[in-house]
Design a protein around this ligand. Structure first.
Ligand code: HEC
Ligand code: HEC
Ligand code: HEC
Ligand code: HEC
Ligand code: HEC
Ligand code: HEC
Ligand code: HEC
Ligand code: HEC
Ligand code: HEC
Ligand code: HEC
Length: 316
């Protein structure tokens, strides 16, 4: 499903561009942002005063900034270091006006779209889909999750660490991770962003096309990224994995049922699809398929439920 959705998106845009963008978006290596100075094209060099001048009045901000990834990481990675005016624009008029706030770019006063453009002038390379992501379109800008000067976490200038950050807006998602069976996100063993790219991606599901999922093995559901043994390809695949995805039988976040299954009883899950196609009481069909009799879990016998290379009914 995911694969189909992805290709559908690509056909609408341009396949090549799409693949290249996805490769960038999914790149495991953090790519170095391209440092450019957004306002140099419209403002002359004489409009810039340099960070030392800002420091004379904004000593507290400037002092903390030395340890900001925009100085530290950029220098470590061989870049030039991002200065105050790379983000706030040329500061001469602001300084000449004795700190005239109308003459400097104020992120707190700008609309998310306009503020994001500043950030994306350098970060579009790593986050090319942001504007069309669920967050970008809902006007949750970079500042919805990041704070350049007042980040409370060590990581990625986030306003709060995950999952707290995400729960502040997605309160409805929290209960799933308190279910008896759940991925260990609240315990800190896994993050929302292991599965979702908050900056958007081309991968969604049929029910939720805008979830911005990371890519799984071979374009399948994100799940196969970690549960590689379910990815196949199998000589005898179980078709619903292709047609419904992992969500055909599992809840991704949490479930009241073991193995994150969508049904409490495994047999009920199987019979959702198999009653119509199988006549369990017909002559010749093994009696243990007759659900009127005492029965065992289907998966006791059909144990390789995600697919098999040796048996067409998924026995061991
Ligand atoms: C002569 C002193 C002075 C210098 C130099 C100076 N500022 Fe300011 N700046 C101020 C004053 C005063 C204010 C308004 C009071 C406040 O909010 O801190 C201000 C406000 C700001 C604001 C808006 C704060 C807000 O509340 O949104 C920004 C952003 C800012 N300055 C950035 C800079 C940058 C970048 C530089 C260097 C290019 C710089 N300033 C240089 C005095 C100065
Ligand atoms: C990477 C972009 C970026 C750089 C570089 C940057 N700022 Fe900011 N600045 C912001 C954003 C975004 C805000 C809004 C508040 C936040 O996110 O922390 C802000 C807010 C401010 C404010 C308003 C007060 C506040 O904390 O809200 C001042 C003053 C300021 N910056 C000064 C500076 C100075 C001085 C420098 C250089 C030492 C600098 N900024 C470098 C992006 C940047
Ligand atoms: C919905 C929350 C959210 C929004 C909105 C958001 N980010 Fe992020 N960002 C995160 C989280 C969480 C991480 C750390 C996990 C990860 O890498 O995905 C991160 C990581 C990053 C990183 C470092 C790692 C990397 O992937 O390069 C950069 C740079 C970044 N964000 C820039 C931005 C910019 C620029 C914007 C706005 C265009 C933005 N972010 C909007 C949540 C968000
Ligand atoms: C002038 C270019 C430039 C602008 C504008 C800019 N950044 Fe960056 N940003 C960088 C560079 C360079 C780095 C360091 C990347 C590296 O070397 O790893 C960085 C790093 C980051 C990181 C990653 C921190 C980490 O721990 O990995 C985040 C998050 C981030 N920027 C967010 C923002 C946001 C939000 C804005 C807008 C308010 C913004 N940036 C504006 C160039 C820029
Ligand atoms: C500032 C509020 C805010 C924060 C913080 C936030 N989100 Fe969102 N998120 C939204 C809004 C608004 C939407 C779009 C409306 C909707 O679908 O709920 C959205 C949409 C989404 C969607 C798509 C929903 C769908 O129906 O397909 C996912 C997935 C998502 N966010 C995950 C995250 C993750 C993961 C984090 C933490 C890294 C996070 N969000 C942080 C506000 C936020
Ligand atoms: C193990 C992978 C995984 C993790 C971890 C994960 N998600 Fe999801 N999430 C998914 C998948 C897959 C879907 C799509 C489900 C579907 O379409 O049936 C989804 C759907 C969503 C949706 C949209 C559908 C809905 O239920 O409203 C939101 C919002 C969301 N996730 C937020 C989060 C947040 C917030 C976190 C962290 C607290 C998180 N997710 C952690 C895989 C994950
Ligand atoms: C980032 C890696 C990662 C991703 C992605 C991931 N999982 Fe998991 N999953 C785990 C880990 C680790 C465990 C075992 C620890 C635990 O209980 O959280 C687990 C446990 C499970 C279990 C329970 C296994 C058992 O023995 O009870 C099921 C079922 C499962 N995942 C299905 C999924 C599905 C479906 C998806 C996609 C929506 C998915 N996983 C995505 C890491 C991942
Ligand atoms: C047709 C229904 C169905 C689909 C679709 C499905 N699963 Fe399962 N899965 C099951 C059942 C049933 C079990 C429990 C098996 C048992 O009890 O022995 C299970 C067990 C698991 C487990 C626990 C370890 C194991 O192998 O027993 C993981 C992890 C898992 N599934 C991941 C996935 C992933 C990832 C996908 C998508 C690629 C997926 N499943 C698709 C039915 C399904
Ligand atoms: C979402 C629907 C769905 C669910 C749930 C489902 N299956 Fe299937 N299964 C199929 C389809 C479709 C086929 C392909 C054969 C067909 O069309 O009847 C198939 C094939 C099989 C086969 C191979 C035999 C054959 O005719 O190809 C076995 C064995 C099987 N399923 C067992 C199970 C068991 C056991 C469960 C529960 C753990 C289960 N299935 C859950 C849809 C499903
Ligand atoms: C005691 C072991 C056992 C249990 C329990 C069991 N099966 Fe089977 N199943 C078999 C055997 C044996 C076959 C026939 C294999 C063959 O034809 O070679 C079979 C065949 C099938 C087939 C293929 C039938 C066809 O028309 O080709 C499906 C589908 C199937 N089982 C589904 C289920 C479902 C659903 C359950 C649970 C309700 C279940 N089985 C429980 C042993 C079992």
């Amino acid at each position: 499903m995911i694969r189909k959705l992805f290709y559908a998106t690509c056909l609408v845009s341009m396949a090549l561009v799409c693949t290249a963008q996805r490769a960038m978006a999914e790149s495991p290596e953090p790519q170095q942002a391209v440092v450019s100075h957004p306002n140099t094209s419209t403002a002359g060099a004489d409009q810039f005063v340099g960070a030392e001048t800002c420091e004379t009045c904004h000593a507290d901000v400037a002092k903390k900034f030395a340890n900001n990834p925009h100085s530290r990481l950029a220098l470590e990675h061989g870049g030039k270091g991002v200065t105050c005016e790379s983000c706030h624009g040329p500061g001469k008029a602001h300084v000449d006006g004795g700190g005239d706030v109308t003459k400097i770019f104020q992120f707190s006063k700008a609309s998310p779209r306009v503020a994001d453009e500043k950030c994306l002038s350098c970060h579009a390379g790593t986050h090319p889909n942001f504007t069309h992501s669920a967050h970008g379109e809902a006007n949750v800008g970079c500042q919805g999750c990041h704070s350049v000067h007042a980040s409370t976490t060590e990581e990625h200038l986030l306003k709060a660490s995950q999952p707290t950050l995400c729960y502040t807006c997605h309160t409805d998602i929290k209960p799933a991770f308190s279910q008896p069976f759940h991925h260990k996100v609240d315990e800190g063993l896994m993050s929302c962003s292991d599965c979702h790219n908050p900056h958007g991606s081309f991968n969604g599901t049929l029910q939720h096309p805008r979830t911005g999922l990371h890519q799984g093995v071979g374009g399948d559901w994100v799940c196969t990224k970690c549960h590689t043994e379910t990815a196949g390809p199998f000589v005898y695949p179980h078709p619903p994995i292709q047609t419904e995805g992992c969500g055909g039988c599992h809840y991704p976040h949490g479930s009241p049922n073991p193995r994150l299954l969508t049904r409490a009883n495994v047999n009920q899950l199987c019979l959702q699809c198999h009653t119509a196609s199988m006549n369990f009481t017909a002559p010749g069909i093994p009696s243990f398929h007759n659900q009127a009799n005492q029965y065992q879990a289907c998966t006791v016998c059909h144990s390789q439920i995600h697919g098999s290379n040796s048996d067409f009914v998924f026995f061991k």
